[in-house]
Design a protein around this ligand. Sequence first.
Ligand code: CUA
Length: 257
Amino acid sequence: MMPGLPPAASAHAPDIDFVLGLEHVGMLVLFLAFFGYFAYVLARFRQSAHPTASYAGMTSRWSMYVVLAIILAEGTLLVAFEMPEWRARINDLPSSQEATVIRVVAEQYAWNVHYPGPDGLFGRTDINLVASDNPLGLDRRDPSAADDVTAVNQLTVPVNRPVLIHLTSKDVIHSFTLYEMRVKQDAIPGTDSPVWFIPTVTTSDMRIRLGKPDFEYEIACSQLCGLGHYRMRGFLNVKTDAEFRAFLAQESRPTAR
Ligand code: CUA
């Protein structure tokens, strides 16, 4: 419906695109109507046709009815379409049983990814353990941390299942953006912002669909967060369930570290 958008690859993407389309069509109608009215008024009330100003002004009320109709249309867009969509994104989070739960910790200028590993438990993290080889500050002495998997700028998720990301930041406000998933959420220091989506097309299927063998889903940062903002770029790898389990098993082996 909306030309110029990146390909859509999540379950809720058509809903977002539909609302985007409604908003743009609505704005186009308003623009054309107001511009048409402006041109009409310029011609209709030109000085040569009305050498003397009218001191009574307009007496009919139709302009007020037009403005009320616009308010009603915009209110309907907000209440009937945008708020339910927002609610579904923000309030109705998938349960941690059905979803793949991942932590993403933003920093200047990288995305740190933390998987709980096969035990499903995130290991303890401690700000004092943060080092260049341990950007998350993961405490490997914690039993639940033993099988945890970490990555930098590479987010790997399984297709056709909810992915629940707990997003936060170590320093300044960043904005976690997955264009093809229609996901955008600020990463705020000291705050856990959950964000979720269901990817519907694996990276390899999208490459075939687009005819681009080197296509990657990108993780972009959409808040100007410092001098290196432009290079705060990661990749989202959408895999089949079997590939994802193989990836986790491979990465969580102690020898893999
Ligand atoms: Cu992080 Cu821009």
